[in-house]
Structures are given as C-alpha cells and as structure tokens.
Design a protein. Structure first.
Length: 133
C-alpha cells in the first residue's frame, strides 16, 4: 500500500504562473510529493487534486494554473511537475472584510485539506501506474 505524505516546500522554480497570478498575496503555501515511475508528467492529469471543480486557466512549462477564487477571495492553485516531484501551490489575497473573515476560518483548514487531497490523488495515480506496468 502506498502511504506517502506531502511535505511543505517553497514554490518551486517552475511555479511561474502562480507567482504572476497575484500581486502581493496574503498567503502562500506549497506541498510536494515524489513522482513514482509511470505517474503522469502532465500537470493537467493532476488537477483532480482539486476534484476537477476548477478549470485550468493557463498551462505552460510543466505548470497548470487554476482560479479557485471564492467568497470574495482572489485565490489560485497550481500543479507544478519537475523531474522528480509534483507540487501543489496555493496563493490567496483577501479583498475586504468579508473575505478576511472567511479566510480567517478557511486558513485553519486549508493545510489539512490541501495535503489530504494531494496524498489522495498521488495514491490514486500511483496505483494506476502500477496496474499499467
């Protein structure tokens, strides 16, 4: 059974789209996991991390950027793939009192949810890669 966990990292070098998405974000984080043989190297294949609820807004050079804005927040997520890792990056900017209040609650849950969704998608794609070989 595959039981790897995402680790907290800084934005990887290839996270160009998400860096440019927001001017002066209030919050940023990134979680990485090691790629296993046979796992997809196309970041679009990993958008299921966010349950396919958010379409890809832009894609280039191993990064897929998704607009995940909600409740008055400007929020972006990206999947970045390099030779060894897949990284889920998040960037958030609040826009007023309502969004700051929403984010003050959501911020506490965000790291847990991001790591859980990342691990679930990694496990699903790793198992699919094992079956394909």
């Amino acid at each position: 059974m595959i039981k790897e966990r995402p680790v907290v990292v800084g934005f990887p070098e290839g996270a160009r789209l998400i860096r440019a998405a927001l001017d002066g974000p209030d919050y940023q984080d990134a979680y990485a996991m090691e790629l296993r043989p046979g796992m997809p190297r196309d970041p679009a294949a990993w958008t299921g991390v966010l349950r396919d609820a958010f379409p890809i807004a832009a894609q280039q050079d191993g990064e897929a950027l998704m607009d995940v804005s909600t409740a008055g927040l400007d929020a972006w997520a990206s999947i970045v793939i390099d030779d060894k890792h897949v990284t889920l990056c998040s960037s958030v900017k609040t826009n007023g009192r309502r969004s700051r209040l929403y984010w003050s609650v959501a911020r506490r849950l965000h790291p847990f949810m991001a790591r859980t969704m990342m691990a679930r998608t990694h496990r699903k794609l790793a198992l699919a890669a094992q079956k394909a070989t």
